[in-house]
Write a protein that binds this ligand. Sequence first.
Ligand code: ADP
Ligand code: MG
Ligand code: MG
Length: 247
Amino acid sequence: MLKIENLHAEIDGKPILKGLTLTVNAGEVHAIMGPNGAGKSTLGYVLGGRPGYEVTKGSISFDGEDLLEMEPHERAAAGVFLGFQYPVEIPGVSNVQFLRESLNAQRATRGEAPLSGAEFLKVARAQADALGLDQEMLKRPVNVGFSGGEKKRNEMVQMGIIDPKFAILDETDSGLDIDALRIVGDGINRIMRKADKAVLLITHYQRLLDYVRPDVVHVLADGRIVRTGGPELAHELEREGYGQVAA
Ligand code: ADP
Ligand code: MG
Ligand code: MG
């Protein structure tokens, strides 16, 4: 599904990714771990097409298409979803409005008809119920005044509504208590653990991986993948630290 080859990327002329190679097949969950400043978030932003992240070498193909040739909205419409450590607050825009417009913009790019308000509400309510998010939260401005746990539930509701093919989740577990961690883990499994989908889970800690069992674990250090293994690699990292494992 995703094939990254010898990727080099820089920010403001500073090289961050330095020859990163990674293949993710449909049906797989890959965890990316690694020390602070290794380039994990940069990888997520490059995949999402964020401005300012310049690819200087290498290639990324998604479902056989050249991802780097696609605009950010085309990537989203093709099924790429980026989840962030700190979900944004959007005062003045209700959650339903925001979610419906996101979904319909993607449908339009794919040449699909927009969902009506009633059709959309049905989908949104089902997702909110599945995440245990109060229906009232759908009417409130996006993330404004939401607790940390509510923001994470909301992000999972958003992912459930968008129903992406490929999700990059960047430290979506940071700062979560055990209950919120389980909610996020269950959400990822329910929405994304399918034969035709895949996930790149960027995390510092092994604990989220107790809920979402990765098929493959990579260590990203200094802009490259320096080790790849199975779930046991995450435990090894937790025990030994990155210094030993990535050396
Ligand atoms: P990680 O997510 O693995 O902690 P990042 O991808 O956030 O690492 O950052 C990788 C490197 O890029 C760091 O050295 C960081 O300081 C640098 N960096 C990130 N964003 C910027 C930016 N906007 N301008 C300059 N340097 C940046
Ligand atoms: Mg970091
Ligand atoms: Mg980061």
